[in-house]
Write a new protein. Structure first.
Length: 533
């Protein structure tokens, strides 16, 4: 197997490069290429992985050129620079490092709050200029003031903790924050953003940029704030209406602002620039040596794990699979893919629903990952580009309802997976298990019990149970030079519906299938292919 190849297209710590190399991955460290979208589009086709920070924009047009790409790793938290929908469609996993820079960013928000409260940057510049303007820079204390935290997740939570240490009163607006957690954090949870806006002396933002949070501090909301408020944004540009804020600063309603992030970055011009008591930093929230080591190390480990073992951690568009799970579940993931593939190859009408039953051992596994594999197996027969990442989205787009049931061991097998697909015309089902040799087996088709090893090339036939079937199949394969590796038969009742599944060493040619059809013994003759590698 050739080594996977990764491109580092932003300024990551070289620790990442070392880790990729140590894990046997080819790596190109081109930290300026992320800013050059033409160059990135030109070279991205060579890479299995792309490691980025916030400068590289992973757009649909970049992804169009990313023919081999399997994973985008964000050494940091925010992934708003990655088009996750386009990546999912293309089957590319997007992962981030949700904890590596959270302390550093929270500390930056606190530093910005102090800087704004005491006008430190302007006072420093004035002192450097030899002006000694002692009376010009009158500040405010933080002790006893109310801090309004919008978004109390990882970073917001640390900011709350630090602010409590500074003896501030903290009110948090975060619909996903439980009363219990708020109680533990010693913050007051407000249900209504207006409540926070009216009461806060300082407001700090720590939400991701989404359709719900975009412009959360709109012109209208900014107007509801308390006179003399100071606003800190170390989360994302686009959360605050910068022009409206600039007007409120000029009018004296807002006493100051401290921004690390801007609607347009790199920010060369901005309505907030050069206003009194506005502190600006160039997206430095995560820029400490500690945080950069953390995120570089973590992203390189996560990407290497995925490329080398299939383990998935911190992905935004795929369920997590630990390295341990990847090892144990490997054969089951393969089985799920084969079951889906059987159904996909057999079905040529629109699928309405996929019902999946997990029994015994299978039910104890990471079912989300098994579902993804199974759905991918089904969808691949329509679109070979579909994989575990894109399959759920493709199924959703087609309006397919997916339901799963799990149950304790119910039969002779320690566990099995059964999938039933519902179309306009019929229901079709297949079940399979993994034997102790780690090989997936089909154990039931159409409710008929069988025991079939899965091969790259197979032939599936249905017939009425009558003499001559084995002979006809054996004779026809022999006549056409097709070697049979394994032959499985099953029937419902004597003389009733019967099936045969042949595992053959080469594809069964059309001529051989025509000869079988001519015998008049078969209701259905279907060549199948499975990805057994
Ligand atoms: N300036 C910088 O260099 C850095 C900025 N960031 C940014 O900081 C932000 C926060 O990151 P984390 O704390 O790690 O994220 P997180 O996911 O841990 O927390 C976000 C919180 O926002 C809450 N939330 C979501 N929608 C909301 C809404 N409509 N209203 C109120 N709350 C809502 C969520 O419930 C969650 O608790 C992100 O935008 C991230 O990109 C992160 C690292 C560095
Ligand atoms: O982690 C994040 O969300 C950040 O915004 C940090 O961005 P950066 O890696 O410093 O470009």
């Amino acid at each position: 197997m050739t080594a996977p190849k990764v491109l580092v297209s932003d300024k990551l710590s070289e620790t990442a490069v070392q880790i990729f190399r140590d894990r046997g991955i080819d790596v190109d460290f081109l930290p300026d290429v992320g800013k050059d979208k033409e160059k990135l589009a030109e070279i991205i086709g060579q890479y299995d992985g792309l490691a980025i920070r916030s400068a590289t924009k992973v757009t649909p047009s970049i992804l169009e050129h990313a023919h081999k790409l399997k994973v985008v790793g964000r050494a940091g938290i925010g992934t708003d620079n990655v088009d996750k929908e386009a990546a999912s469609k293309k089957g590319v996993i997007v992962m981030n490092t949700p904890f590596g820079n959270m302390i550093t960013t929270a500390e930056h928000a606190i530093a910005m709050m102090f800087a704004c409260a005491r006008q430190i940057p302007e006072a420093s510049a004035s002192t450097h200029a030899g002006k000694w303007e002692k009376s010009k820079f009158m500040g405010v204390e933080l002790t006893g003031k109310t801090l309004g935290v919008i978004g109390a997740g990882n970073i917001g939570g640390i900011v709350c903790d630090r602010a409590r240490g500074l003896k501030m009163k903290v009110v948090a607006y975060d619909p996903f924050l439980s009363e219990e957690k708020a109680g533990k954090m010693q913050v007051e949870k407000v249900e209504d953003l207006d409540d926070l806006l009216k009461r806060a002396d300082f407001i700090t933002l720590h939400v991701p940029l989404t359709d719900q949070t975009r412009n959360i501090l709109s012109k209208e909301n900014l107007a509801k704030t308390k006179k003399g408020v100071r606003i800190i944004n170390c989360a994302r540009g686009g959360l605050v209406d910068e022009a409206a804020l600039a007007e409120l600063i000029k009018s004296g309603h807002v006493a100051g602002a401290a921004f690390d992030v801007f609607a347009e970055e790199p920010a060369k011009e901005n309505p907030l620039f050069n206003l009194p008591n506005v502190v600006c930093t160039p997206h430095l929230g995560a820029s400490t040596s500690e945080a950069q080591e953390n995120v570089a190390l973590q992203v390189a480990e996560q990407m290497s794990d995925y490329l080398l073992t299939g383990a998935v951690q911190n992905a935004l568009n795929m369920p997590s699979v630990t390295a341990e799970e990847a090892k144990v579940m490997g054969p089951w993931i393969k089985l799920a893919d084969h079951l889906g593939s059987f159904i996909g190859q057999m079905t040529d009408e629109a699928i309405k629903a996929i019902n999946i039953l997990y029994d015994g051992e299978a039910a104890t596994m990471n079912l989300e990952a098994l579902n993804c594999s199974l759905i991918a197996g089904i969808m691949k027969s329509v679109n070979p580009e579909v994989n575990m990442v894109s399959a759920p989205m493709v199924a959703r787009e087609r309006g397919i309802k997916i339901s799963t049931t799990n149950q304790e061991q119910s039969g002779a097998f320690e566990g099995y997976i059964k999938v039933t697909v519902v179309t306009e015309k019929r229901e079709r089902s297949i079940a399979g298990t993994v034997f102790s040799d780690g090989k997936p087996r089909f154990i039931q088709i159409k409710g008929i019990n069988i025991d079939a090893e899965v091969g790259r090339h197979m032939l599936y036939t249905t017939n009425n149970d009558e003499p001559g079937i084995i002979g006809a199949l054996g004779h026809t394969m022999g006549k056409n030079g097709v070697n049979i590796a394994n032959f499985t038969l099953g029937r419902k009742d004597a003389g009733g519906e019967a099936i045969a599944l042949l595992y053959v060493d080469e594809p069964v040619p059309a001529e051989a299938r025509a000869q079988l059809a001519e015998t008049g013994l078969f209701n259905q003759i279907k060549p199948l292919q499975f990805d057994v590698a």
